[in-house]
Design a binder for this molecule. Structure first.
Ligand SMILES: [Zn+2]
Ligand SMILES: [Zn+2]
Length: 160
């Protein structure tokens, strides 16, 4: 089993397999954390999109039942009118401490992680691939929990 490294932000739900879902940073989530708000309709499920049945032809040649021949449906096509998009299974993480530290050292992210933010070193299985091409992993066993400052102090020497 592979070992992974992750900053587990202290405002998130407890670190475990059940809560291991990912969405883009900053997108609001459902209470159980498995879904994120649809950005196309702001979670309302409503968006006047071309009708997927008649491809939005207007006026419709044959009266389309789905859109009553208007060529438009009020249902958001991105989320099928639910207002939500499923999150990716697994937590965003990296396969080495060096990769994790590099990620948060890139311009725009420097200083993003407070010194006492928890970092979790764990074993798990990769379920998917995240928005920055990082693995998203469902944890099976926590090896160690330490702070960001402790992680950087332990691994920064290897980076130089
Ligand atoms: Zn939507
Ligand atoms: Zn239609």
């Amino acid at each position: 089993m592979t070992t992974f490294y992750r900053v587990h932000w202290s405002n998130l739900l407890p670190f475990n397999a059940e809560h291991a879902w990912s969405s883009l940073t900053g997108v609001p989530r459902s209470e159980d954390g498995t879904k994120s708000e649809c950005p196309a309709c702001d979670c309302t499920g409503e968006n006047w999109d071309p009708c997927p049945t008649c491809n939005g032809k207007f006026p419709a040649t044959d009266e389309c039942e789905r859109c009553d021949g208007t060529g438009l449906t009020a249902e958001c096509q991105r989320c099928d009118g639910t207002g939500w998009e499923p999150c990716l299974r697994g937590y965003s993480c990296y396969e080495s401490a060096e990769q994790l530290i590099s990620y948060y050292s890139e311009s725009g992210r420097e200083g993003m992680v407070p010194a006492d933010e928890p970092v979790i070193i764990f074993e798990g299985w990769q379920a998917d691939t995240g928005f920055d091409d990082e693995p998203t992993v469902v944890p099976e066993r926590v090896i160690e929990t330490l702070t960001w400052a402790e992680l950087v102090a332990r691994f920064r020497a290897d980076l130089a």
